[in-house]
Write a protein that binds this ligand. Structure first.
Ligand SMILES: Cc1ncc(C[n+]2csc(CCOP(=O)(O)OP(=O)(O)O)c2C)c(N)n1
Length: 573
């Protein structure tokens, strides 16, 4: 007879899980052995936070459940940032942990803390399982909650007392149906609401389509809508790569204007969070809204739509596309063409900046020069991970990649290294580049050891401006030029990499980058510690993001919002 731990491992195996990201500990070791015996790979890391970030990236890139296994107490608390990040990103991740044995409950046992209670607000499921007969049923429910069947996807947290893991599982408690994979959810809205949506879209002169996480898997329908309407399309990092960059609707440089001028907005599986001005009328003053989504946040959050289509994006988009196919769109061609030509001109301007941006006053290279060389070195199917403040902002606009991950709406610095490692382990044959600010790199730098041990072929590129630069610049502007606690001088990240057995080079001149990048890609894992200027202003810095305005994330939107709300800065609060 096998123990409970064996059935946890077997459950994961039956779900198609082929790897678990983990850091050992006595409370969970009973699960490691059956995982290993069943052929599930254990990616052993150096901090539990990294394990959850890796499970998150694995899910994002492969579509398969990401699993992290963390020990009781500090193992679990270390994992909290990763879980919170998955919560904000709505990424289905299963986090399994142990708790002290039941006979020691509430007695001050080693590593005891109320784990499930602590983590509940940032999970879709958080329970401690105390009986063998509940184990498979609860695991099954935890995975269903993580996948967000008809709800919001996100992390699920489940833990087990260690003595329960060692207990034998009676045959009567093994229900094979719990191992069965679930069918994807298919929900269709009412024909009336579909007709109402078609009515708005077919009358739109300036239609804008915005996609998010819930649009994944709906590429075909999305493209039919874009082509049918001849409209403008905005992706967000959540759904980057769904629509090819050379598609005529794709105009990344025109976001602000498109939001301001659109008269109809179709959101597909996207919450209206700070990146979309909370859907406010100050930011979208002219638009009627149609929202498609399964989860409440995608359908109703922040702004009620004129039509809310509750259902699965692929089906709804196909239906809308076929109904619109019989219509002649009234889209204002001149508007779309003008927007496209400005977008293309801005994109050409960006390419010039990548090739020509001069060094800063300190003589160091502009981050765009670094990114220009990275862009040239990467193949089309490369996976790009960005992490940092200013540098993330530069990288987001400069690099085009079908597969792209970054700090997300949680602004979670430190994801870069673990995201990169999980990406390279999932796709060993593809190039993986992690573009990280020096501050951000530090959080999980020790995972370079994990990277080497597991032979993950990642190239880490650290933009070293010896500071938390986006914050440093904000101090310069907003706090009378007083710089305090935002500088990080004297770190040699190439030497750090070498000390962990990873190829490392320091680069100071743009001209040295092409060969260095080639060496790094050949010898990966590798790290390039690239000295960049502190003087460059990133797009996010220019937009006022680091200053945290009161009502909107960006200063121009904040001003418009205040005006719309009749708030005068002088009398506010
Ligand atoms: C975990 C975490 N801590 C702090 C912050 C606040 N923060 C946002 S950007 C930033 C600076 C990032 O510096 P770096 O990675 O060196 O990139 P740079 O701005 O210099 O390009 C900081 C500290 C955050 N978002 N996340």
């Amino acid at each position: 007879m096998e123990d409970v731990a064996h059935f946890i491992a077997r459950f994961l195996k039956e779900q198609g899980v082929d790897r678990v990201f983990s850091l050992c500990g006595g409370h969970i070791l009973p699960i490691w052995d059956p995982l290993h015996r069943l052929g599930i790979r254990i990616i052993d890391v150096r901090d539990e936070r990294a394990a959850v970030h890796m499970a998150h990236a694995h899910r994002e890139l492969t579509g398969r459940l990401g699993v992290a296994l963390v020990t009781a107490g500090p193992g679990m608390t270390n994992a909290v940032t990763g879980i919170a990040n998955a919560h904000v990103s709505r990424a289905p991740v299963l986090v399994i942990s142990g708790v002290p044995p039941r006979p020691q409950e509430n007695m001050g046992a080693l590593q005891a803390i109320p784990q499930a209670e602590m983590i509940r607000p940032v999970t879709r499921y958080a329970r401690t399982i105390r009986k063998a007969e509940h184990v498979l049923r609860e695991l099954d429910e935890a995975v269903a909650c993580a996948e967000g069947h008809c709800g919001e996807p996100g992390p699920a947290f489940i833990d087990f007392p260690t003595d329960l893991l060692r207990e034998e599982m009676p045959g009567a408690f093994i229900d094979p149906s719990r191992f069965r994979a679930r069918e994807p959810v298919r929900v269709t809205p009412t024909p009336e609401s579909i007709r109402a949506a078609v009515d708005i879209l077919r009358r739109a002169k300036r239609p804008l389509v915005i996609s998010g996480r819930g649009a994944r898997g709906a590429e075909e329908g999305l493209l039919k809508i874009l082509d049918g309407l001849g409209c403008i399309y905005m992706d967000t990092a959540e759904s980057r790569g769904l629509v090819p960059e050379d598609h005529p609707a794709y105009m990344p440089a025109m976001r602000g204007r498109a939001m301001q001028e659109a008269d109809a907005v179709l959101t597909v599986g996207r919450t209206l969070d700070f990146q979309l001005g909370y859907g406010s009328r100050a930011v979208f003053p002219n638009a009627r809204f149609v929202r498609i989504g399964l989860a409440a946040g995608e359908l109703r959050g922040n702004r009620r739509a004129d039509v809310e289509l509750c259902g699965s994006a692929p089906e709804i988009l196909e239906t809308l596309a076929s109904m619109l196919a019989g219509e002649t769109p009234v889209t204002d061609r001149l508007w779309v063409d003008e927007m496209r030509s400005v977008d293309r001109e801005r994109r050409r301007g960006l390419l010039r900046k990548l090739g020509e941006s001069p060094p800063g006053k300190d003589g160091a290279m502009h981050p765009y020069r670094l990114l220009g060389h990275v862009r040239d070195a990467l193949q089309e199917d490369a996976i790009v991970v960005a992490d940092g403040g200013d540098f993330l902002s530069f990288a987001r606009v400069a690099l085009s990649a079908g597969a792209y991950l970054d700090c997300g709406a949680f602004g979670c610095l430190g994801v870069g290294v673990p995201f990169g490692i999980a990406s390279a382990l999932a796709f060993p044959e593809r190039q993986v580049a992690v573009l990280s600010g020096d501050g951000s790199f530090g959080f999980n730098a020790i995972e370079l050891d994990t990277c080497r041990r597991h032979r993950a072929r990642v190239v880490f590129i650290v933009a070293n401006n010896a500071g938390w630069n986006i914050e440093r610049n904000d101090q310069k502007q907003a706090y009378g030029g007083r710089i305090v606690g935002t500088e990080l001088e004297g770190c040699d990240y190439a030497m750090l990499a070498r000390s962990l057995g990873v190829h490392g080079e320091r680069i100071e001149r743009p001209g040295d980058l092409p060969d260095a990048l080639k060496r790094a890609l050949d010898q990966a894992p590798a790290l390039l510690d690239v000295i960049v200027t502190r003087d460059a202003q990133s797009p996010d810095a220019v937009a006022g993001l680091p200053g945290i305005p009161d009502r909107q994330a960006l200063s121009t939107w904040d001003e418009r919002e205040k005006k719309a709300q009749g708030v005068s800065p002088a009398i506010e609060y």
